[in-house]
Ligand binder design. Structure first.
Ligand code: ADP
Ligand code: TRP
Length: 340
């Protein structure tokens, strides 16, 4: 690897929360995979202990963890290169959480957006401020800092909502290093979808699970075609010129088709002569090209989750090796015995 950035370590965690749509893929999954591929060292893990603060159904936690693992594998994560593991399989992370807790002011947790949002919601509903707030939610940022610091992470690709957590991880590393001695590297965030467009959904609004206007990544061809045909368009006739930059079909196509296909569709829109039916067919073909194979891979993994277990177990071994080094260093810095 020649560039300086390439020598850095990338890490990101994903909570196991349901199947992704193509907006998630374009805005979060693809950029994280590209970043991982472009760097020498990368870590990607399933944040199952973070999920546990809210999930109360053991079967759901298990299933969702397999789903998210199968998803990343199907979309191109290379487990031989990227260290891919379950958070819960790396006990060193939890010991590190305790070391960080010792130097983390309570006030920092009080200022966390996610905790404050829960408190505000309770107040609005006229309930006790801390109703339904468990200690897992309250100390969420400490566990997340341990996830990051354990692997000597340089860069954490995240969505906007996670930026504060990375800043907190930096703060905690700084408190620790200043209180004892330099044991942790200070991580930086990288907004994952920074340059990418917001993908519109079937009705033209931002594609989102909460609007129900999304196209899931892993569906069969028939369902995919049906959804594409549902994309809302205006009533322009085929021969009329159309503005590609204000068109849902084109905008989705632009993210999944190759450059020459995108240029050709753009020109056809501007010139006129391209009907929406034909454009939808082109989009469907491009989506098939992009997601038919990943869907088959995804289904294979879900049909044989032992394969996932085996890969994640290998990843956990590698992750534990890294985490032990950091933990031992941090323990020694405090006056505790290093690990043997
Ligand atoms: P949803 O709105 O469907 O609940 P999330 O808010 O869980 O999606 O988003 C998860 C990740 O996917 C975030 O990093 C977000 O930036 C990205 N993402 C979600 N929807 C889109 C979209 N329509 N276009 C681009 N990126 C998106
Ligand atoms: N909190 C992140 C989310 O909700 C998931 C996460 C847990 C994470 N630990 C992490 C992300 C460490 C980046 C780095 O999306």
């Amino acid at each position: 690897m020649s560039s300086k950035a390439a020598a850095k370590t990338i890490l990101t965690g994903v909570k196991p929360t349901g199947a992704p749509h193509i907006g998630n893929y374009i805005g979060a999954i693809r950029p994280a995979l590209e970043l991982a591929a472009a760097h020498e060292k990368s870590f990607l893990f399933i944040a199952d202990y973070h999920a546990l603060n809210a999930v109360r159904d053991p079967a759901a936690l298990k299933r969702d963890s397999y789903e998210v693992a199968a998803c990343w594998l199907a979309l191109g994560l290379d487990p031989a290169k990227t260290v891919f593991y379950r958070q819960s399989d790396v006990p060193e992370i939890f010991e590190l959480t305790q070391l960080l807790a010792a130097v983390t002011p309570k006030g920092l947790m009080d200022r966390a957006h996610s905790y404050k949002a829960a408190v505000d919601k309770n107040r609005e509903a006229g309930r006790d401020a801390d109703a339904d707030v468990n200690m897992g939610l309250y100390t969420y940022p400490i566990l997340m800092a341990a996830d990051i610091l354990a692997m000597d992470t340089d860069i954490v690709p995240v969505g906007k909502d996670q930026v504060q957590h990375i800043e907190f991880a930096r703060d905690m590393a700084g408190y620790f290093n200043n209180t004892f001695k330099e044991a942790f590297k200070l991580p930086e965030y990288r907004l994952a979808g920074e340059t990418g467009a917001i993908l519109p959904g079937l009705d033209g609004r931002k594609m989102s699970k909460s609007y129900g206007n999304h196209i899931p990544v892993f569906i069969d061809s028939r369902a995919r075609r049906k959804l594409v045909m549902k994309i809302v368009t205006d009533s322009k006739l085929p021969e009329e010129p159309k503005d590609p930059d204000n068109n849902t079909i084109f905008q989705i196509y632009a993210q999944v088709a190759d450059a020459s296909g995108v240029a050709a569709l753009r020109e056809a829109f501007i010139k006129g002569g391209m009907g929406y039916g034909d454009a939808k067919q082109k989009l469907f073909d491009a989506l098939e090209q992009a997601f038919e194979k990943p869907t088959a891979i995804y289904n294979d993994y879900m049909a044989d989750t032992k394969k996932i277990d085996a890969l994640l177990a290998q990843g956990a071994e590698r992750a534990r090796g890294e985490a032990r080094k950091t933990l031992s260093r941090a323990r020694a810095a405090t006056g505790l015995n290093p690990l043997r």
